[in-house]
Design a protein around this ligand. Structure first.
Ligand code: ZN
Length: 340
């Protein structure tokens, strides 16, 4: 099928599960009640996505507080008492981050049971997202490895163990989120792509990397204001990604200053084209989604274009996220009617 719609990853959490419209929401329940509520929330979002016509659905990251720390909470070698204040994404914002104090190791499978639960309920394609090694390392303080590249390779190895388990649980697409790729372009070419490939080693399911300009929060919107009339960060990293083993690249397009022509650099990849702006409550029309798809088709064959959201919708309200999912699915249908 042409133009299978998918989402970058996160969706808002219902008000009975956690605080809302926050990137680091506090849970409202605990223990078994919390586990049950997370499953209920994932189930609702799988249903909404499928009803909206999203071909490859995700759990909406209902099982984790935040896309990076959800994974790290089950990793040994990280001291959560030793919080370090650090400027992350090259000092775009300050965050209190935990500190790596020894070799990292998974204490147990992190998301396998959650993926199996989603697999049992999703009728079509299922995507699961993991933080990428470079972005993990940009969200942690290091008191053990000494070199960021070495720490990234260590995380890539445990991400790979996790990814192989998710694949075995029936996940169709494993996506690594690497917003840090748009910030540390030299390091991407030196070791970032190599670490990503290490994380995806041996996977037979589809693999993806999501590289955006961040959630629609104020620090990111302010940062975007400093990037000038044309955002050409992708130009420096797409050649290495196109030469990599990763199959799909998810990028930000709608309402951004990214020239669509840059996707011509991804000539060997499936391209997840951001057709939904996550930084605004204004809901796109299906025709606007179609417009983004048509723009992408100037630089990529229709078979390689998959409409997607620019980034996660976690910080928005449920109603807005539902409306945006509907617009995305409807836009993909319009494109199939026109070009199918
Ligand atoms: Zn993103």
């Amino acid at each position: 099928m042409l133009f299978p719609a998918t989402i970058a990853g996160s969706l808002p959490k219902p008000g009975w599960l956690s605080e809302t419209e926050k990137l680091w929401p506090k849970w409202k329940l605990e223990g078994e009640a919390l586990d049950q509520a997370k499953r209920d929330a994932a189930l609702i979002w799988i249903k909404h996505q499928e009803d909206a016509g999203i071909s490859v659905v995700s759990d909406g990251e209902q099982f984790r507080r935040h896309f990076v720390h959800g994974f790290l909470e089950s990793v040994e070698g990280i001291d959560w008492q030793l919080m370090t204040k650090m400027g992350i994404r090259n000092n775009r914002y300050e965050a209190e981050v935990p500190t790596v104090t020894g070799p990292v190791r998974r204490r147990r499978s992190v998301h396998r049971d959650e993926a199996a639960f989603c697999r049992a309920h999703a009728r079509g394609g299922l995507k699961f997202t993991l933080p990428g090694p470079m972005t993990i390392c940009d969200t942690l303080a290091d008191a053990h490895y000494g070199r960021r590249a070495d720490m990234a390779m260590a995380f890539a190895a445990i991400l790979n163990e996790e990814a192989l388990e998710l694949e075995a649980a029936g996940v169709d697409v494993i996506q690594f989120d690497e917003p840090a790729f748009n910030v540390f372009m030299d390091e991407v070419n030196e070791w970032g792509v190599a670490a990503l490939e290490r994380a995806a080693r041996g996977l037979k399911c589809a693999t993806a990397v999501h590289i955006c300009y961040g959630y629609g929060i104020k620090a990111n919107i302010d940062w975007k204001g400093t990037l000038g009339a044309e955002w050409r960060q992708y130009e420096r990293i797409f050649p290495a990604l196109n030469a990599s083993t990763i199959g799909q690249v998810s990028l930000e397009c709608a309402n951004s200053h990214v020239p669509m022509s840059l996707i011509a650099l991804l000539s060997d990849k499936q391209i997840l084209v951001g057709a939904i702006d996550v930084a605004t409550d204004r809901v796109e029309t299906p025709d606007e989604v179609l417009g983004v798809i048509e723009e992408a088709m100037k630089y990529a064959d229709a078979e390689r274009v998959q409409p997607c959201t620019n980034c996660g919708l976690a910080p928005r309200s449920r109603a807005i996220a539902e409306a945006k999912l509907n617009a995305l699915g409807a836009g993909a249908r319009l494109a199939r009617e026109k070009f199918g």
